[in-house]
Design a binder for this molecule. Structure first.
Ligand SMILES: C[S@@+](CC[C@H](N)C(=O)[O-])C[C@H]1O[C@@H](n2cnc3c(N)ncnc32)[C@H](O)[C@@H]1O
Length: 223
């Protein structure tokens, strides 16, 4: 089986590297590509492919049937972690959605916080990291992947303690240390965006201080 998304492939590789146990729950699975691929590659033995909407569940069933994985990949309809409350699961992936929605999903089931999570939020990463810190998670690793001209961040987290400062929240505590090419690309792009914003704001505009602060932070991390 082939994964056509470079983003999902990077997450699959992270799951292979950091897997804990053999049963995965993929929340917001859409077409169930990630769990089916991981089973095909022998990384997992079983998965719950969960989605809140019926359409994606139909697509998931199609992928599962095409690859004859009906006994191993189980589609479940439901909101966030609800469908797996009574299931034995070793690790949980939540990918391709906003950080605020991810926080809602995590917050609704604090009793499941003792799992290892693979999280790829499309936005709201500072808020997500702040939530994780407050709720006693620890980031094991994080990285970036470029797919279709967009750079995505993903992280592997589990129960533990971490202390994050403002720069850790914004750039990621591990990404800002790794400072790899994609990190530089992402933040160079963001720096250009911020510079355009400041150029468009008249002197004395209340937003200028905030934008200048962001510019200084990015310039410092890229130095
Ligand atoms: C953009 S797709 C991402 C699919 C896949 N995880 C990926 O990364 O490519 C987001 C999926 O999350 C599902 N979703 C949105 N809110 C959800 C929730 N509260 N619980 C479970 N699934 C949700 C949507 O129905 C959709 O199928």
């Amino acid at each position: 089986m082939k994964l056509h998304s470079k983003r999902l492939l990077a997450i699959a590789q992270a799951i292979a590297q950091y897997k804990q146990g053999t049963i995965l729950a993929d929340i917001g699975t859409d077409h169930a590509y990630l769990p089916c691929f991981l089973y095909d590659q022998g990384v997992i033995e079983k998965a719950y492919a969960c989605d809140v909407a019926k359409g994606p569940l139909v697509s998931s069933k199609q992928t599962i049937m095409t690859h004859h994985m009906e006994d191993q990949i189980i589609p479940l309809l439901g909101n966030g972690l609800d469908p797996i409350v009574d299931k034995e699961v070793d690790m949980i992936s939540i990918c391709g959605m906003g950080g605020m929605l991810m926080i809602e999903i995590l917050d609704a089931h604090k009793e499941m916080h003792d799992h290892r999570f693979f999280l790829q939020a499309n936005n709201g990463l500072s808020e997500l990291r702040a939530y994780l810190e407050k709720h006693h998670f620890h980031i094991i690793d994080e990285d970036l992947v470029e797919d279709a001209h967009h750079i995505y961040e993903y992280m592997i987290v589990e129960k533990g303690e971490m202390v994050l400062d403002e720069d850790d929240l914004l750039f990621g505590p591990i990404n800002r240390k790794k400072k790899n090419n994609l990190f530089r690309q992402k933040w160079q792009f963001e720096l250009n965006v911020q510079k355009k914003i400041i150029a468009s704001l008249p002197e004395g505009h209340p937003k200028r201080t905030q934008v200048m602060k962001m510019i200084k932070k990015i310039e410092k991390v890229l130095a």
